[in-house]
Design a protein around this ligand. Structure first.
Ligand SMILES: [Zn+2]
Length: 150
């Protein structure tokens, strides 16, 4: 059973990475690897000890718009290039958007502890195929546009 869970998590991480990569590559001039790292970044909360409580739990603090805005602001403070905070926002925003559709949702109104989600299997096989197809479609569409512009 643990192997199935690890496979599920690997698929979820890969999906967040692919979507983040596609959005950053397609819509910014930033290094698309930023989309991979920050697309997965909110799930760093899996490293929190199980004994910790809200908001330091999975889909707690790191899955809030407030946290994402803090990272965007930090990215802008470090690199005063427009593309970098936009890339950070796209990558982290895509993660929050995907996870907000799950059964546990995310805390959109943090610091209020209110979560709600429509209960979609966002990391199930159908959703994963859809997200990967959309990401590859965005890459194909925007890469073609970028190639013609040069
Ligand atoms: Zn997540």
């Amino acid at each position: 059973m643990e192997g199935v869970r690890m496979l599920y998590l690997a698929g979820a991480f890969a999906t967040h990475a692919v979507v983040g990569y596609a959005l950053v590559r397609a819509f910014t001039d930033a290094d698309p690897r930023l989309g991979v790292v920050l697309g997965v970044c909110p799930d760093a909360d899996f490293l929190f000890p199980a004994a910790w409580n809200w908001p330091l739990v999975h889909r707690g603090l790191t899955h809030t718009p407030l946290f994402a805005l803090g990272i965007v602001a930090g990215a802008y403070a470090i690199r005063r290039e427009r593309a970098v905070p936009i890339a950070v926002g796209l990558a982290m925003g895509s993660h929050l958007a995907i996870d907000s559709l799950s059964s546990t949702g995310i805390a959109w109104l943090f610091p209020l502890e209110t979560t709600w989600g429509p209960g979609l299997a966002v990391h199930g096989l159908s959703a994963t195929i859809l997200l990967w197809t959309l990401s590859l479609g965005v890459l194909a569409w925007r890469t073609d546009v970028l190639s013609r512009a040069q």
